[in-house]
Ligand binder design. Sequence first.
Ligand code: HEM
Ligand code: HEM
Length: 185
Amino acid sequence: MSFSQDGSDLFSMLEEPTEAPSLLPDRMLVTQRLLWGEKGILRTSGIAPLTLEQRQKELKLRRTMLTAHQVLGYTTLAAMIAQGIIGGKLYTGQNDLYELHKDMATVVNVGYFTTAGLSLFTPPPLINKKVKGFTSIKAHKTLATIHFSAMVVTNIYKDKNKEVHKGAAYTAFGSYALAVLVFKF
Ligand code: HEM
Ligand code: HEM
């Protein structure tokens, strides 16, 4: 039996942690806190009580949602490239592409906002420590605020001002492609 400086039994110190580990990280996205926070809708409604078992299920759900996030994210990127090409031709007068552009717009919008929803409303991780300096995920999240705003402007100006529509759509595409590329660094 070995004793530590203060004479307490080393093994009991290992066996009995002083505080129960917190089930939620200190930091999480506002949208995640709305659902999964201590006072989140899913907690207060009793749908997802804040227990260890429940959190274990949520971490599995998080994994599934973030995998779907990436798969649908790549698919949306491909649809955006197609929409950009069609849009460019429509912009230079190929009006027979108008209906196709509108249909592709539905595909891009459903793909984009579902991809966003999968990450914005996924259950939070157990730990979410603040990390100094550049990280791919930090850059990804910062770029997400740019392409999300640009996608909203693209849709608002779709039938109001085609210059603003085009500019916003290209900004959305550029920052979105970058948000994927940052994971390569
Ligand atoms: C609608 C576009 C997108 C938005 C708004 C977005 C936003 C986010 C946000 C907020 C997170 C952090 C979630 C969290 O940690 O709880 C995240 C995680 C992530 N996103 Fe995206 N993202 C988008 C598209 C993509 C695409 C196209 C990819 C493809 C590479 C991608 C790959 C990832 C990865 C790898 C993570 C980290 C997952 C993890 O923690 O395991 N995202 N995204
Ligand atoms: C995220 C990508 C995009 C989405 C979701 C989108 C969506 C739309 C929608 C829904 C319309 C029909 C508006 C209406 O009349 O009801 C439209 C029109 C149009 N879009 Fe896009 N678009 C996108 C990208 C682009 C790009 C990149 C360009 C040009 C380079 C472009 C050029 C145009 C033009 C010229 C029109 C017709 C505007 C008019 O006749 O007033 N779009 N877009």
